[in-house]
Design a binder for this molecule. Structure first.
Ligand SMILES: NC(=O)c1ccc[n+]([C@@H]2O[C@H](COP(=O)([O-])OP(=O)(O)OC[C@H]3O[C@@H](n4cnc5c(N)ncnc54)[C@H](O)[C@@H]3O)[C@@H](O)[C@H]2O)c1
Length: 335
């Protein structure tokens, strides 16, 4: 059974990816410092997979911990999710973000080289495209200056990976640029854990419907979009998890010193109002929302061209926006 190290594996996307890996016959080994997740996720992963997954609590940049992991397990690849992701916080505490997101990757790459581990899938983001000049965005769409230190860490990490591959140490890398992950596992045992005020639309929607928040404010209703609200490409987290599985399998077939990058989205954009309508339809709840002023720095519209991941990884999203809203709502209710 091949063992894949998942950094940040107790988090939102990492936990769903662990499930898909087990289903495909891999053994995920999880490292997480629980800075943005809960130890209870491990029990719930056991309930879903029927298996106790090896777990190491700590920082993915901690060499002693990594060495312990490699003494215990022969790791054949790494999926690197561990990072801080709050855009607003990153503008207030940029060093915290550079240290964790960039420093963490560098330590991990050192460890991989020392232990002859060749394959790594990296969590990047469509934030690297900023507001693109043409839509949909392909992987060749130029990256823009980052709007936040968080976004910049993703650009820098992509660049680091490209440079390390160029140095011909045998590394094989895929960067996955996620669009907007939403939804939860259909069991409602794992999902996005809300810590503090959510930054993303869907947790805000479900928390408002649950009465935790009084009202949802939609930032801007006068953009040049069909209904005036911003457009994003919402990808179900289980589909996104499946993209990681395919990426790690694809790397196994590549020659040394390989780098590639893939968009992971549905290829379709939805407005904020369409998301709200979908949520109201599947939940049967009327959402308390208002249209507020535009929010500075918001990208108006972005969605993915997914031809490359369709063609090369054979990956297609299976779940609809309604599925995402239903699973997000069931997860919220389970909380
Ligand atoms: N969710 C999104 O909207 C989104 C979009 C694009 C990219 N991403 C990227 O995907 C990755 C996963 O995101 P997520 O939504 O699952 O976030 P998350 O916060 O739920 O998961 C990240 C996990 O990493 C852990 N962690 C953070 N720093 C760590 C460190 N140094 N060592 C060990 N563990 C650490 C956290 O405790 C958490 O469990 C991140 O790199 C994020 O930047 C997320």
């Amino acid at each position: 059974m091949k063992k894949i190290l998942i950094t940040g594996g107790a988090g939102y996307i990492g936990s769903h990816t662990a499930v898909e890996l087990v289903k495909a016959g891999f053994l995920p080994i999880i490292i997480d410092d629980l800075s943005n997740s809960d130890i209870g996720v491990l029990d719930r992963l056991k309930e879903i997979t029927g298996q106790e997954l090896p777990f190491y609590k700590g920082n993915c940049g901690d060499k002693a911990l990594l060495n312990q992991v490699s003494e215990d397990h022969q790791i054949s690849g790494v999926i690197h999710f561990a990072a801080f992701k709050a855009v607003g916080e990153s503008t207030e505490e940029p060093l915290k973000y550079y240290r964790n997101n960039v420093g963490g990757l560098i330590s991990l790459l050192d460890f991989m080289q020392e232990n002859n581990i060749r394959d790594i899938v990296f969590s990047s983001s469509c934030t690297v495209y900023g507001q693109p000049d043409t839509l949909p965005v392909t992987e060749d769409t130029p990256r823009k200056d980052a709007e936040s230190p968080y976004g910049n860490t993703k650009k820098i990490c992509e660049d680091i990976l490209v440079d390390v591959v160029k140095s011909k140490v045998g590394l094989r890398v895929i960067s996955l640029r996620y669009f907007n992950p939403v939804g939860a596992h259909e069991s409602s045992k794992i999902g996005e854990l809300p810590k503090g005020k959510p930054n993303n639309l869907v947790p805000f929607v479900t928390q408002t419907a649950a009465g935790i928040r009084e009202k949802l404010t939609v930032f801007g209703g006068d953009y040049e979009t069909p209904d005036g609200t911003c457009i994003r490409d919402y990808i179900h987290v289980v589909d996104l998890a499946d993209a990681h599985l395919r990426a790690i399998q694809y790397l196994e077939g590549q020659t040394q010193d390989f780098y590639d990058v893939f968009n992971v989205g549905t290829g379709r954009g939805n407005t904020v109002l369409e998301v709200i309508q979908s949520f109201e339809k599947v939940s049967g709840k009327k959402l308390n929302y208002e249209i507020g002023p535009r929010r500075p720095g918001d990208v108006i519209k972005v969605w993915a061209d997914t031809t490359k991941i369709n063609d090369l990884l054979g990956w297609y999203p299976k779940k609809s926006l309604d599925d995402s809203m239903r699973d997000s709502w069931n997860w919220q209710k389970s909380l």
